[in-house]
Design a protein around this ligand. Structure first.
Ligand code: MG
Length: 362
């Protein structure tokens, strides 16, 4: 029964590894909020959450001023109890992004400890479905790239053996979006999955129009076509098109996923382990989606999601978008377009402590 003796949080800024722009924003830097939890048997669990450039200080403040002081003296293996205790103590600001991200940093640290105590890797402790998971590529599809650059990136992804690639959409003119998609489809052939992402930039009416225009590109999914709180719009869109609608990166609770699934508004679930509040709620969303016969293709954070997608039977794809190479040792193992879940006990992220410390801002 490992008892928590101390818990601390700090903020690290990571430069983006690739210039990333979409229909509504640019990824400026990864604000990475770390939590470390020590136990009386001499172990330390390390967890983290992130933002793409704003709000990191608020997450850190929530942890330091309110959440972490509740941990010492508690049993680190009582993860459900700890999660709900912390959640209940922030009732006035939940459900919300800042609290979910703060909870995720604590929850992932507790799961790191749980796996280390078990002497087993996360993909096994969280479920243990398979070790290798398919990858798709995101880095060649940003909205600021020219059509020629998109095609070059797509061919590189295909030649690397990856099963799919993602392109941003949301150009002012629908025809320009479609021409970019068709150029890539023509280049890679009909065997490769092509996903598109609109980053919540459209109205329901416009998304229905563009989805209709995109039908003959044979898309694997259309991601975040509408603002995430427009569930009714997603219902109308999903009913109007054969293209699966993917949502999840902007949802912050299990209940928000339930709303989409029970109304048939999501064909792919992209639950993000940081934004939903950690591994504990992530697994609930994955199992909920399984009950609706819906696949999981999580957003970002491939270093954690490789193990989680490997843990559940309805994991379909991991997004290849490396962002921790400056602060970790080694690289994710990739074979034949598949990522291999790490086998080391814990979350499977080998932090470079000096590199992390050098980038601390608070
Ligand atoms: Mg997206």
């Amino acid at each position: 029964m490992p008892i928590i003796t101390a818990a601390r949080a700090y903020l690290v800024d990571l430069e983006v590894e690739t210039v990333r722009t979409d229909a509504v924003q640019s990824f400026l830097k990864q604000e990475t909020v770390f939590v470390e939890i020590d136990t009386d048997d001499g172990m330390t669990g390390t967890g983290y959450a992130y933002t793409i450039g704003t709000g990191g200080h608020a997450v850190l403040s929530m942890l330091r001023q309110h959440l972490l002081s509740q941990l010492p003296g508690r049993d680190s293996s009582h993860i459900e109890n700890l999660w709900h205790t912390l959640f209940a103590s922030t009732r006035a600001t939940t459900v919300g992004a800042i609290t979910s991200l703060a909870l995720a940093a604590v929850d992932t640290a507790l799961w790191d400890l749980k796996c280390k105590v078990a002497g087993a890797p996360l993909w096994q402790v969280a479920g243990g479905f398979r070790q290798a998971v398919p990858l798709y590529d995101t880095e060649g599809g940003w909205l600021h790239l020219t059509t020629d650059e998109l095609v070059r990136g797509a061919l590189a992804s295909r030649d690397a053996g990856w099963g799919g690639l993602k392109l941003k959409v949301g150009k002012p003119n629908a025809r320009e979006d479609k021409e970019r998609l068709l150029a890539v489809r023509d280049a890679v052939g009909d065997r490769m999955d092509i996903m598109v992402d609109a980053n919540q930039s459209m109205t329901a009416a416009e998304a229905i129009r563009r989805a209709h225009a995109f039908e003959d590109v044979d898309l694997f999914w259309l991601e975040e076509p509408l603002p995430a709180d427009d569930v009714a719009g997603h219902v109308r869109l999903a009913a109007s098109t054969s293209i699966p609608i993917a949502v999840g990166e902007s949802l912050y609770s299990v209940g928000q996923f339930r709303d989409y699934l029970e109304r048939g508004a999501a064909g792919i679930v992209q639950v993000d382990v940081a934004r939903v509040g950690g591994i504990t709620p992530w697994l609930k969303v994955a199992h909920l989606a399984e009950a609706f016969n819906v696949s999981i293709c999580p957003h970002f954070l491939m270093e954690l999601h490789v193990s989680l997608v490997a843990a559940v039977p309805n994991g379909r794809y991991v997004e290849h978008i490396p962002q921790l190479r400056a602060v970790t040792h080694g690289e994710m193992t990739i074979e034949n377009g598949h990522a291999l879940a790490p086998q080391t006990p814990g979350l499977g992220i080998d932090w470079d402590r000096d590199a992390v410390d050098n980038r601390r801002v608070l």
